[in-house]
Design a protein around this ligand. Structure first.
Ligand SMILES: [Zn+2]
Ligand SMILES: [Zn+2]
Length: 177
């Protein structure tokens, strides 16, 4: 079992190694970094100044298939949306997921950037979307990583950990397809 992190365009240096190590400890899986994927131009919405998440996710899924990992997590600086929502922090479909870093920095909210806060949020969103790839649905517990967040305050309320119930469910996932 392994998880491949796929940068969608260039990301800030140092982010992926730290994330890889944290995810390895949480999921007890091998975590590797794959080749960079380009942001698909057709995902761009000029009016919204955003990228449509499903098209980005499809690009990660398609180009990531050759990497051999069981699960793929695309990571992008682009601001993502799905029709009907102003924005999303991330999206998952089957064994592929994508997260956006765009709204995880303090500077997005007019505050001074703080690397520790940023990296913590990246981890929370990464674990959340990967949790979906293990079949976990959203959780009602606001402190559980699988709780849905539509604001950064909700992301900050939860940690990267699963509540006991989600933890049991993820442990029950068969080792092999
Ligand atoms: Zn979710
Ligand atoms: Zn939970």
């Amino acid at each position: 079992m392994s998880i491949i992190l796929i940068p969608v365009e260039n990301l800030e240096p140092g982010l992926l190694p730290d994330l890889r190590e944290a995810l390895r400890r949480i999921f007890r899986e091998e975590v590797a970094t794959g080749e960079m994927v380009r942001l698909p131009e057709r995902a761009r919405n000029d009016l919204r100044d955003q990228y449509e998440a499903e098209t980005v996710l499809d690009a990660v899924a398609r180009l990531g298939q050759g990497t051999g990992g069981d699960r793929r997590l695309g990571i992008t600086d682009a601001d993502l949306y799905v029709p009907g929502l102003n924005f999303i922090f991330g999206l998952a479909k089957q064994r592929d997921a994508v997260i956006s870093l765009h709204r995880l920095r303090q500077s997005f909210y007019g505050l001074f950037d703080d690397r520790k806060i940023f990296c913590h949020r990246v981890l929370v969103e990464a674990v959340h979307e990967l949790g979906h790839t293990y079949g976990l649905p959203h959780c009602r517990n606001p402190a559980c990583v699988m709780h849905f967040s539509s604001t950064i305050a909700e992301t900050d309320r939860k940690g990267p950990g699963f509540c006991p119930s989600c933890h049991r469910n993820i442990a029950a996932v068969p080792i092999r397809r």
